[in-house]
Design a protein around this ligand. Structure first.
Ligand code: KG4
Ligand code: ZN
Length: 356
């Protein structure tokens, strides 16, 4: 079976340096060195700092992944590396590392689209059969993809501005909550009243599956400032209510657009979600309900495989290798690389990280 080759995967497209060894659907190791502490003081990922940290950490992660897997480099069948989309300095660090390893050893090189890594994860974790629908929802991406094969993707819709994770992070910043914003907003929302403030549910009045989250953040800012003007400050329960209202708006929009996306994809084997925002309990529950309404299985891979990692890159590399064979040393790093080349460009689609 083509999938049974042993692949070393490398990932460095945003703020996680990762290496993994995968054989078929077995993850023999998956090492992630995150850069949260390096960027904490700046309120976001600083591309130059990220690129330098990737260059410093990649070889350490590769060694750790090989050691943990108990497989020497000589027994690796292929090296898969994220070749885009993402922050170009980081992507370049990974591609150069993979090329160096490939040139020195003669091991075939495979350039992988980062979004394909996320989109194929349900096959790695759950053996999901084609065709299926996936919602990628993170700090850098938000799109619905129908997946028909390892290199066959149709985008049904995507954000036209911010990604939801970005909106969670900005909301946390506006309310003085710690980063990353998703977990802290979710926790603060637990004691909040989601009905006290009504936040916009953008683009629900238009047909289709495109999304928009930048107006939501502005609405939250206005509401916060109004409370400060009216009361002279924010009480803890105000912050909780704001978080609950904000989270409910994201949940409702993603649930409704998921409903439309599933309806537009007859014959799918299931609906999957991936990306850091998929960690959100309310969102998962809402998406599960939507899937149940359509009687399609719902797959949410374990969080470590929803967020950026190299196991998904190794797996996607193996799937692509079986179809396209290896790349050569002309493989280049690409800041933008839409999975669906026929879909029109979604301007601004997730500003923080990977573009598509
Ligand atoms: O996939 P990921 O690790 O990295 C990329 O952005 O590619 O996603 C990180 C994003 C952050 O914006 C973070 O705030 C968000 O996922 N996130 C969450 C939760 N946990 C992480 N958003 C909502 N609820 C959560 N529980
Ligand atoms: Zn990602």
């Amino acid at each position: 079976m083509s999938n049974d080759i042993t692949v070393l995967g490398l990932e460095s497209s945003c703020d996680d340096t990762a290496a993994a060894v995968v054989c078929g659907r077995r993850i023999l190791s998956s090492v992630v060195a995150d850069q949260t502490a390096l960027h904490a003081a700046y309120g976001g990922v600083v591309p130059e700092i990220a690129a330098r940290a990737h260059a410093e950490k990649l070889d350490i992660c590769v060694e750790a992944a090989l050691t943990e897997a108990g497989i020497p480099l000589a027994r690796i069948d292929a090296i898969a590396v994220t070749a885009g989309p993402g922050l170009i300095g980081g992507v370049l660090s990974g591609v150069m590392m993979a090329k160096g390893l490939s040139a020195a050893t003669g091991i075939p090189l495979i350039g992988v689209n980062h979004l394909a890594g996320h989109a194929l994860t349900p096959r790695l974790t759950d053996g999901m059969e084609y065709p299926y629908l996936i919602l990628l929802v993170s700090g850098g991406h938000c799109q619905f993809l129908r997946v028909d094969g390892p290199t066959s993707f149709s985008r049904l819709g995507s954000t036209i501005d911010d990604a939801p994770g970005e909106a969670f992070d900005k909301t946390a910043r506006l309310l003085g909550l710690p980063q990353p914003g998703g977990p802290s907003v979710e926790k603060t929302a637990l004691t909040g009243d989601e009905k006290r403030f009504t936040f916009p549910r953008a683009l629900l009045d238009r047909p289709g599956c495109d999304l928009s989250f930048s107006g939501l953040k502005t609405a939250l800012l206005r509401q916060r400032d109004q409370l400060v003007t009216d009361q002279g400050g924010l009480h803890a329960h105000d912050v909780s209510d704001l978080c609950a209202g904000f989270q409910a708006a994201i949940r409702d929009v993603l649930a409704e657009k998921s409903r439309r996306a599933i309806a537009a994809c007859p014959g799918i084997t299931g609906f999957a979600v991936a990306g850091g925002v998929a960690a959100n309990t309310q969102l998962r529950a809402a998406l599960e309900t939507v899937s149940a309404d359509f009687d399609v299985p719902f797959i949410a891979p374990p969080l470590a495989l929803c967020t950026d990692n190299a196991a998904m890159i190794a797996f996607a590399g193996a799937e692509r290798f079986a179809i396209d064979g290896a790349d050569d040393l002309t493989l280049s790093a690409r800041p933008r690389w839409p999975l669906d080349r026929t879909a029109p460009a979604a301007l601004g689609s997730g500003k923080k990280g990977a573009k598509a």
